[in-house]
Write a protein that binds this ligand. Structure first.
Ligand SMILES: *Cc1c(COP(=O)(O)O)cnc(C)c1O
Length: 372
C-alpha cells in the first residue's frame, strides 16, 4: 500500500465497542485488573502504555516501514532515551549541524553519563569512517539538517555503521516518511519530533522512535521510558494520530511552496545564499534527489547586508510569523542564531523559513516587501 493510503488508515482500526470511525481517545490513567492483578484488557497504567498511544505507535511503524515504535512527550525525550540506552563507555558520532538540544546533550550530558562523542561533517563519508572508534555504538544522522539543510548520504552512513558494528539513527523530522524512508536504507532507528509535521498544526508536542527491529535497543529504550516517564500523553498521541491523516497532502503543499520560495530567493539581489536541497546549486542536491521523494518545506537563506538586516526582515513580514519551531500550517521566519543562543555556530545573517500551506504567490509577495 502507498503512504497516502497508509496515512489515512493506519492506527484507525474500528473500536470494537462503539465502531467509531475516528479513533477513540482513552484518557484513563489506570485499568481494572483481575483477582491476581493480571491485565484484563492489556493495560495497567498510563505511563507504560494505553490504547490511544498504541494506535499511534502502530501507525508510525507502518509509515516508516519499521517493526515497532515508541512515542515520547517530546522529540528531545525520544533522543535522550536512545542515548541513555547505550552502555556506559559508548562513543557516539553526531553530525556538525545536529539539532541544537542534541548538541547540548552530547557536550553537557554524555560525559556525565560516562560516554564520549565526536562531531563530524557527515556530508563527507570519509570523515564519518575516520571518526569510528572501537567503542562506537551509535552513528546519529540528521538530514536535511537544521538549520543549514545539509544532506547526508543515508545508505553510505548505514554502511559505515554496519562495518563498525554500531547502530544507525536518523532524525527524520524535516523529511517525514512521506519524503524519506531511512529504514529502507538500512538504518536501525528513525527519530521524529512529532511536534512538527506529524502533528502538523502547531498545537501538540511529541516525539517518536521507530525501530527496524524489535531488538535489545528497543527493549532498553522502552524500559527507560517506563522508568523515567517520558511517554507521550494519550491526548497528545491522539492529536498526532489525527495529524498523520493529512500528512502526505500537507507535505506535497509544503514542498511545492518551499520550492517556489527557494527559487524566488535564489535570484533576489539582497540574498547571499539559499540553503534548500531542491536547488541544483545545493551541494547535497544529487544525494537528496536519490534518497528523497521531495525536498520538503524547510529552507534557510543568508542576507548580504548581515545580521541586523536579517533581524529587521523578521519584523517586516506580514504572513511569515517570527517564531521558532516548524511544520505547522502558518509560514514561520526565524533568526536562528538568536534562538539557539550564545553557543550557536549558525551564521548570524541566516534566516530560517518553515514554509507553510498558504498560497506560494502570497508568500513570495510577503518576502518581497520585507526584503525591499
Ligand atoms: C524540534 C526538533 C527536535 C526536538 O523536538 P521537540 O519535540 O521540540 O523536543 C529534534 N529534531 C529536529 C530536527 C527538530 O526540528
Amino acid at each position: 500500500m502507498k503512504i497516502e493510503t497508509l496515512a489515512v488508515h493506519a492506527g484507525g482500526e474500528r473500536d470494537p465497542v462503539s465502531h467509531s470511525v475516528a479513533p477513540p481517545l482513552h484518557l484513563s490513567t489506570n485499568y481494572e485488573l483481575g483477582a491476581g492483578s493480571e491485565m484484563l484488557g492489556g493495560y495497567i497504567y498510563v505511563r507504560y502504555s494505553n490504547p490511544t498511544q498504541e494506535r499511534l505507535e502502530s501507525a508510525l511503524a507502518l509509515l516508516e516501514g519499521g517493526e515497532t515504535a515508541a512515542v515520547f512527550g517530546s522529540g528531545v525525550a525520544a533522543g535522550a532515551a536512545v542515548l541513555q540506552a547505550l552502555p556506559a563507555g559508548s562513543h557516539v558520532i553526531f553530525p556538525d549541524d545536529v539539532y541544537y538540544q542534541f548538541y547540548m546533550m552530547a557536550s553537557e550530558y554524555l560525559p556525565r553519563w560516562g560516554m564520549e562523542s565526536t562531531i563530524v561533517d557527515m556530508s563527507d563519508l570519509e570523515r564519518v569512517r575516520a571518526a569510528v572508534r572501537p567503542n562506537t555504538r551509535l552513528i546519529w544522522a540528521e538530514t536535511p539538517s537544521n538549520p543549514l539543510l545539509k544532506i547526508v548520504d543515508l545508505a553510505g552512513v548505514a554502511a559505515v555503521a554496519r562495518e563498525a558494528g554500531a547502530s544507525a539513527l536518523v532524525d527524520n523530522t524535516f523529511a517525514t516518511p512521506v519524503l524519506q524512508r531511512p529504514l529502507e536504507l538500512d538504518f536501525d532507528v528513525v527519530l521524529h519530533s512529532t511536534t512538527k509535521y506529524m502533528g502538523g498544526h502547531g498545537d501538540v508536542q511529541g516525539g517518536a522512535l521507530v525501530f527496524a527491529r524489535r531488538g535489545p535497543l528497543f527493549e532498553a529504550v522502552r524500559r527507560i521510558r517506563d522508568v523515567q516517564g517520558s511517554v507521550a500523553s494519550p491526548f497528545n498521541s491522539w492529536l498526532v494520530l489525527r495529524g498523520l491523516r493529512s500528512l502526505p497532502c500537507r507535505m506535497d503543499r509544503h514542498t511545492s511552496n518551499a520550492g517556489a520560495v527557494a527559487t524566488y530567493l535564489a535570484s533576489h539581489p539582497a540574498v547571499e545564499a539559499v540553503h534548500y536541497p531542491g536547488l541544483s546549486s545545493h551541494p547535497g542536491h544529487e544525494v537528496a534527489k536519490r534518497q528523497m521523494k521531495g525536498f520538503g518545506g524547510m529552507l534557510s537563506f543568508r542576507l548580504k547586508a548581515g545580521a541586523d538586516a536579517a533581524i529587521a526582515v523578521t519584523t517586516r513580514t506580514k504572513l511569515f510569523v517570527n517564531a521558532t519551531s516548524l511544520g505547522g500550517p502558518e509560514s514561520l521566519i526565524e533568526h536562528r542564531s538568536s534562538s539557539e543562543g550564545p553557543h550557536s555556530t549558525t551564521p548570524k545573517n541566516l534566516l530560517r523559513l518553515s514554509v507553510g500551506l498558504e498560497n506560494a504567490e502570497d508568500l513570495i509577495e510577503d518576502l518581497g516587501q520585507a526584503l525591499a
